[in-house]
Write a protein that binds this ligand. Structure first.
Ligand SMILES: Nc1ncnc2c1ncn2[C@@H]1O[C@H](COP(=O)(O)OP(=O)(O)OP(=O)(O)O)[C@@H](O)[C@H]1O
Ligand SMILES: Nc1ncnc2c1ncn2[C@@H]1O[C@H](COP(=O)(O)OP(=O)(O)OP(=O)(O)O)[C@@H](O)[C@H]1O
Ligand SMILES: [Mg+2]
Ligand SMILES: [Mg+2]
Lengths: 254, 254
C-alpha cells in the first residue's frame, strides 16, 4: 500500500519543490519505490529532477483530462527507484477545464488508483495556491506535509491552510491527516528563525518533524544541474538533512 | 495622472509583497501620493502595512464584486501620503465568482478610474499565480515591475511571465509595458546570485533596475511589527535599497 503525501502550502517560496524533489530522491536511495507527481504548472519539480520540459509529449495535464492513461506519462529518472509524472505550463489549462467537470476534485485520486500500489511512496508537489490543483492533491493524499519557512508571512498563512485541510477532511477525504510541519531554510544565526521555531513547536507539539532543513546554498544550486542535492553534493548539510527526513518518515511508517 | 504599477511574478516567494510594501512607503516618504492595492488573498501586504485583517469590514473583494465603491475600501496608514486597499482570504471567492462575469479581466481597471487620479502612484501586489486576479492587475496597469530572486527556479518562470504579459498587451491592455526587472534577496557571497545577475543583465539590457535589493534580515523582521522597513529600521541596508529604488522610479518618470 503506497503512502500518498501531498506537499502543500499556498505561501510562495517556502521550499515545497525543494522538499518534493529531495525527499523523493532520498526515499529512492533508501530503496523505497517512489513516484513524484508535479502538480505545479511552473514545472519546477520536473526540471529539478533532470527532465527537459521542452521535450515532453505527455504530462500530468493529459492524464488529468483523461487524454492519456497515467501509466503512459510516468518517466524514469537517474535513480532506479524514482519515477516522475512531469508538468508543463499547459497544466494551467487543466485547472480552467476541470472547473465545469463532474467530480472535479477527485480526478487525481481516480487516476492514481491504477498505479499507486506499484510504489511505497507517492509525493505530490503543489503550486502556491489553494485552487483546484492543490485540492485534487489533498483529496488524493493520505497525509499532507507542510513546508514552513521560518518567517512572519509564512506563519500568517498557516491558519488558512489548516482551514482548507479541515474542509477537505469533511467533504472530500475523511482519511486525510496532517503528516507534520517541516521547518525549512532555517538559519541558526537569525533570531526570527528561532522565534518562529519556538512558536510552531509550542503550538503544534508532536506535529513538527525532528529534522529541520538548514538554509544551504547547495540546495539552490542543484536544480540548475537538474539533479537532487544528493547527486550534486552528497556531503552537504542540505543533502544530509533530507536523508534524515526520509529516515524519519520511513520510521514513522513503522 | 497616476502611474499604475503591477508587481507580479507567478514564482512564489520572490519578494513581491516586500517590494510592494516598502516601495509604496518609500514613495510616500518622498511626498508622492501612493495607493497600495493588495490583490493577494494571503493579505500579506495588508498585515505588512499594519492593518488588522480580522477587524476589516470592507476589502478589495467587495469593490471587485461591486458590493462597495472603491473609495469606501481605501484605508489610511501610518504614513500620510500612503493609502491601502486591503485584502483577506475572501478574495479567493472573487476569483471564482468573476470567472462567469462579462468583462471579468477588466473589473479592477474599471473600479480604479474613479480614484486613480488622486494619486501619483498606484502599486498592485499580485498573488503567486497567473490567474484572474493577476490578469486584472496587468489589465489595469501601465507598467509591470518584476521582482526576481537570483535563483534557478525563479529564472525558469520568467519566460512564462513574459508570454503572459505579451498576451495581455495584445488582447486586453496595449499600453502595458515592462517597467523593469528588480533583483531581490541578492547575497554577494553567493556565486549563483552573481551568475543569475550577469545572465539577466545581459539578456534584458536596459530593463533591469540599477538598484539591487540585498538579502537583509531587517526586511523579514519588519512585517511582524506591521510596518515597512523604513519605519522599523531606517538605517538598514534593506531600507536604503528601497529608498534608492523609489528615487530611481521617480527620476524615470521625470
Ligand atoms: N533550505 C534551503 N536552503 C537554500 N535555498 C533553498 C532552500 N530550500 C529552497 N531553497 C531555494 O529557495 C527558493 C524557493 O524554494 P522552492 O522553489 O522549493 O519553494 P516552493 O515553495 O516550491 O516555491 P513555489 O511557491 O514557487 O512553488 C528556490 O530557489 C530554492 O532553490
Ligand atoms: N531582501 C530580502 N531580504 C531578506 N528577506 C526577504 C527579502 N525580501 C523578502 N524577504 C522575505 O522572504 C519571504 C518572501 O518574500 P515575500 O513574501 O515578499 O515574497 P512574495 O513574492 O510576495 O511571496 P508570495 O509568492 O507568497 O506572494 C518573506 O518572508 C520576506 O520577509
Ligand atoms: Mg514549487
Ligand atoms: Mg506576496
Amino acid at each position: 500500500m503506497a503512502q500518498i503525501i501531498a506537499i502543500a502550502n499556498q505561501k510562495g517560496g517556502v521550499g515545497k519543490t525543494t522538499t518534493a524533489v529531495n525527499l523523493a530522491a532520498s526515499l529512492a536511495t533508501a530503496e523505497k519505490k517512489t513516484l513524484l507527481i508535479d502538480m505545479d504548472p511552473q514545472g519546477n519539480a520536473t526540471s529539478g529532477s533532470g527532465l527537459d520540459k521542452g521535450a515532453l509529449e505527455l504530462t500530468i495535464y493529459h492524464a488529468m483530462l483523461d487524454e492519456a492513461d497515467i501509466s503512459e506519462v510516468i518517466c524514469p529518472t537517474a535513480l532506479p527507484c524514482l519515477h516522475i509524472v512531469p508538468a508543463t505550463p499547459d497544466l494551467i489549462g487543466a485547472e480552467i477545464e476541470l472547473i465545469s467537470a463532474d467530480d472535479r476534485e477527485r480526478h487525481l485520486r481516480r487516476i492514481l488508483t491504477t498505479v499507486q500500489n506499484n510504489y511505497d511512496f507517492v509525493l505530490i508537489d503543489c503550486p502556491p495556491s489553494l485552487g483546484l490543483l492543490t485540492i485534487n492533491a489533498l483529496t488524493a493524499a493520505d497525509t499532507v506535509l507542510i513546508p514552513l519557512q521560518c518567517e512572519y508571512y509564512a506563519m500568517e498563512g498557516l491558519g488558512q491552510l489548516l482551514n482548507t485541510v479541515q474542509l477537505i477532511q469533511q467533504d472530500l477525504n475523511p482519511r486525510l491527516k496532517i503528516h507534520h510541519i517541516l521547518l525549512t531554510m532555517f538559519d541558526g544565526r537569525n533570531n526570527l528563525c528561532h522565534q518562529v521555531k519556538n512558536e510552531i513547536c509550542e503550538h503544534f507539539e508532536g506535529q513538527v518533524f525532528e529534522t529541520v532543513i538548514p538554509r544551504n546554498v547547495r540546495l539552490s544550486e542543484a536544480p540548475s544541474f537538474g539533479m537532487p542535492v544528493l547527486l550534486y553534493d552528497i556531503g552537504s548539510r542540505g543533502s544530509t538533512a533530507y536523508l534524515d527526513l526520509a529516515r524519519e518518515i520511513i520510521q514513522a511508517e513503522g
